[in-house]
Design a protein around this ligand. Structure first.
Ligand SMILES: Cc1cc2nc3c(=O)[nH]c(=O)nc-3n(C[C@H](O)[C@H](O)[C@H](O)COP(=O)(O)O)c2cc1C
Length: 406
């Protein structure tokens, strides 16, 4: 008898807890903040919220928009549906990734690069084969990934005007010349850190592929392999990207090292000088950071470990100049390499970069991994404010705005 009473009490408790759990998810599904919170929820919570939305919990109202700091137009807050789709693009299971491929995805992962039909085939394979920490690193953006998503959307707003039956189609040529060297295509391999995390051949493997296709490769300062090893695989010196430290002497030693190896162009990344809020990285690392045996195995993050392009550059610390436009001149004066600034996204900074001696600019928002501007890197800067007849990218981001896009 005592036991039956205890059983009944236990079953009542379980049913109470189920009811209050459902109540909680119902509230969450109807919350105006769901759109922002959704990507950060554990997947079991996301599923529970999805169930409540499917059961007909009314869609929460959008919070009032904030004015754009540049043009004053109201900016549109993402709806929960938008955020669900961003979240799926960013970190959901492969079957959730929306996009062109969904329409004709057969459910199979390609087994070799030659089998890939669409570039997104690689994304699915990368998702399926990487450690969660490595996957998180490669696909993350800052904050709630809005700028990362905007980069993709920006491409969807660009249109082409196809012309037919050109005068001499046999002579079509996509090659470009940069600083006296011709490349087969304007597409190139941008600097990406730590490629050995994704393939045992790392940057040298990428260099061999680039060499075979006549493609420019830019090595990251955070590469898994040294400049010299990658240049040997490439068969010629390639471009090098530098992250400067506050210690000028350290930067100078690195600049001298790549210059001595024949590097023709130095790419200075300026969009991370203020740091970036990479929440997904922090979530991946948890509290253990690289101390975990798994990370230690492949990164060798042992005490004193340094990536190859930081190794052997010890010496007395140098002055700590602040990062003003004079720093471009300082770098230029320190080397005969061409110097390009990576991470320029405004007309004003483009002009200042060239005025201060840069040989070129690399228009980029770091793939949405630096700051959360909400602006895509591919779209042109908005037109001057004093011409009200021109559209602005702010307006073009509004789903209701319609109309022509630039
Ligand atoms: C996994 C990963 C690592 C990256 N590492 C670097 C890096 O070490 N240095 C750098 O300047 N940019 C780095 N980037 C940014 C890319 O060079 C490039 O700017 C970005 O992927 C494309 O965005 P964009 O069109 O705004 O340039 C990295 C990007 C990714 C996805």
């Amino acid at each position: 008898m005592t036991r039956r009473i205890a059983d009944t009490a236990a079953s009542d408790n379980a049913s109470d807890s189920r009811t209050s759990r459902r109540h909680f998810f119902k509230l969450l599904a109807g919350s105006p903040l769901l759109g922002l919170a959704y990507p950060t929820l554990p997947s079991s919570w996301q599923q529970a919220v999805e169930r409540e939305l499917q059961r007909g919990v009314p869609a929460p109202p959008r919070p009032a928009g904030m004015p754009c700091p540049d043009c004053g137009q109201e900016m549109v807050f993402p709806s929960p549906a938008d955020m669900r789709s961003h979240s799926a693009q960013a970190g959901g299971a492969p079957t959730q990734v929306p996009g062109a491929l969904d329409a004709h995805f057969s459910g199979q992962l390609v087994e070799s690069a030659a089998e890939a039909i669409n570039v997104w085939d690689f994304e699915r394979v990368a998702h399926a084969n990487n450690l969660p920490e490595h996957w998180n690193y490669i696909h993350m953006g800052v904050d709630d990934l809005e700028t990362r998503a905007a980069n993709r959307e920006g491409f969807q707003r660009l249109m082409l005007r196809p012309r037919r039956l050109g005068p001499d189609t046999a002579k079509l040529d996509t090659s470009v010349q940069l600083f006296g060297r011709r490349w087969n295509t304007p597409l190139f391999l941008c600097p990406v850190a730590a490629l050995e995390a994704y393939h045992t051949q790392g940057e040298s493997g990428a260099a061999r592929a680039a060499r075979a296709r006549g493609i420019l490769q830019i090595q990251s300062n955070q590469s898994s392999q040294s400049y010299e090893d990658i240049a040997a695989a490439m068969g010629e010196p390639h471009w090098f990207q530098i992250y400067t430290t506050p210690d000028w002497n350290l930067n100078k030693r690195l600049i001298d090292r790549v210059a001595a190896a024949g590097c023709p162009v130095l790419v200075w990344t300026v969009d991370l000088l203020g740091g970036s809020n990479r929440e997904l990285s922090r979530r991946s690392q948890g509290r253990q950071e690289y101390d975990r045996p798994l990370c230690q195995n492949c990164h060798n993050h042992k005490p004193g470990y340094q990536r190859p392009m930081r190794r052997g550059l010890d010496g007395p610390p140098g002055p700590r100049p602040s990062y003003t436009w004079d720093y471009v001149k300082r770098i230029k004066d320190a080397t005969s390499m061409k110097v390009i600034l990576k991470g320029i996204v405004t007309r004003e900074d483009a002009e200042l970069a060239i005025e201060n001696g840069a040989d070129g600019i690399f228009v980029s928002n770091h793939g949405g991994r630096a700051e959360n501007s909400l602006r895509s890197a591919i779209e042109r800067n908005r037109r001057p404010r004093n011409n009200p007849t021109l559209t602005s990218p702010c307006l073009e981001r509004r789903p209701s705005a319609g109309g022509p896009v630039r």
